[in-house]
Design a binder for this molecule. Structure first.
Ligand SMILES: [Zn+2]
Length: 453
């Protein structure tokens, strides 16, 4: 079933809001009818912050209105989660979102929500303007930014709806028109807080760089150079002082969730890229939006920060210790992911760096890419388990076949059975068929090829 009617998407509107309004306009009585038009499976719930698992027909209809990539950039929260990722991860995240769905939690560091961020928020003034101009209200992206409590436009307090901001909690659509009920704004006379809020939303709105790979650590390092928080040699940083002053600054403004000392350390040393943390450090240092989002750093300046890293690495030589301790744990984890032992259903997964960053833990520490660069034994483990997507899909098909065969015995097995539990897509079969013999015996390979061809 393809999308029957698609209303116009509004500026800064959450994709989820668009789908919810589609339901209102469609005349369908049930949410499930609209969800089926948009998403692949019955078990897909609509994503509040991202796109969700869109089916190909839906993508086609949407592409007639606008390129999918543009929709991702303009109407999801990607700009918050992907902005400060390393270039390759940012590009991969965009590719997966557009062409090859996976759970966004594997693509971005999505933090646990606190009370402030638990529900979709709205500004009564914006709502009134929308209703006057468009005849209906919608959910805005910039009201959903983590840690933001004011409307960037009107300066009034954002109101909390009863609609959870999490995606996995509901299978229904909640249009703002129905769920944003407070229409009297509560103004907040705090120009400092408003200035900070506007900075955050301007960073969110700024174009994302998909060409140059300038780590935000280099950008912040360079900004710190001209402050009292770093010696002009760039080799000594006074992080405690920075954390204390930053905390006092934001307390005075009235920001509720303030970046801590350990978050600053993680950001500057390990390149852990949380949007709010980076924005708070940059704003505190007086950096312009332009300086943060489109930095003009020379290769020399970028290299200087990397070098400072190495100096610190020598001063605190924990890399070897870390590598020795981490490699055997990583080996077991990678093995379990690869063989399927890590999942309740036993399905093999591809050992991607992203998945490793997400699941690996040693004494509360993650294996971030920066640590990995300094851990040759861990790198060797990942190389050992590396496989192409095509080989991975083959292994999944073989696994699915053997699993069904063990349950059914001699009864026939069809492509739809394999697809259901392997998750392999039909469009990839032509690339897979010639490789199956690499992953099983000749007889089984032949049977599987017959099933899929
Ligand atoms: Zn507003």
């Amino acid at each position: 079933m393809s999308i029957g009617y698609l209303p116009e998407v509004y500026p800064d509107e959450l994709f989820y809001s668009w789908v919810s309004r589609t339901f209102v306009h469609s005349g369908h009585a049930l949410h499930s009818a609209v969800l089926r038009e948009f998403f692949c499976k019955r078990s897909d719930n609509p994503s509040k912050e991202f796109l969700g698992n869109l089916n190909e027909d839906a993508k086609k209809v949407i592409r007639e209105v606008m390129p999918l990539r543009e929709l991702i950039l303009q109407n999801t929260m990607v700009s918050q989660y992907a902005r400060f990722l390393p270039l390759a991860e940012k590009q991969e995240a965009m590719r997966r979102m557009e062409f090859d769905y996976c759970d966004p939690h594997f693509l971005f560091p999505v933090l646990v929500r606190n009370e402030e961020d638990a529900f979709l928020r709205y500004c009564p003034c914006c709502l009134r303007e929308q209703r006057d101009a468009l005849g209906e209200a919608y959910w805005c992206r910039k009201h959903q930014l983590r840690g933001v409590s004011l409307c960037y436009k009107h300066g009034c307090l954002l109101e909390h709806s009863t609609v959870s901001a999490k995606s996995h909690t509901a299978y229904n659509l909640s249009p703002a028109e129905e769920y944003a009920v407070i229409d009297t704004p509560r103004y907040c006379a705090n120009p400092e807080l408003l200035r900070y809020t506007r900075y955050i939303s301007d960073v969110f709105d700024a174009p994302m760089d998909f060409e140059r790979d300038i780590p935000f650590t280099a950008v912040l390092h360079n900004a710190l150079l001209s402050t009292k928080y770093m010696k002009s040699s760039g080799k000594t940083r006074y992080t405690q002082q920075l954390a204390d002053d930053l905390s006092a600054f934001y307390q005075k403004i009235g920001v509720t969730s303030i970046t801590s000392m350990s978050q600053i350390q993680k950001a500057l040393l390990l390149g852990k890229a949380d949007f709010t943390v980076v924005c708070q450090i940059a704003y505190f240092l007086g950096m312009s939006v332009q300086e943060l989002t489109a930095p003009k750093l020379s290769t020399h300046q970028i290299a200087a920060e990397q070098e400072a890293h190495h100096v610190r690495g020598r001063v605190c030589p924990d890399w070897d210790v870390f590598d020795d301790a981490a490699a055997p744990i990583l080996e077991q984890l990678a093995h379990d992911i690869y063989t399927g032992a890590a999942r309740p259903d036993g399905r093999p997964e591809r050992v991607s760096e992203r998945l490793i960053y997400k699941t690996f833990e040693l004494d509360g520490e993650r294996l971030h890419w920066y640590r990995l660069q300094n851990a040759p034994k861990c790198q060797a483990v990942l190389e050992k388990f590396f496989e192409t997507y095509e080989d991975h899909w083959c292994r999944r098909l073989v696994w699915a076949y053997n699993k069904i065969k063990a349950e059914r015995g001699e009864k026939p097995i069809y492509w739809v059975d394999l697809r259901r539990i392997s998750g392999v897509k039909e469009r990839n079969l032509s690339k897979i068929a010639p490789l199956i013999h690499k992953h099983t015996d000749r007889k089984t390979a032949k049977i599987i090829r017959q099933i899929i061809e």
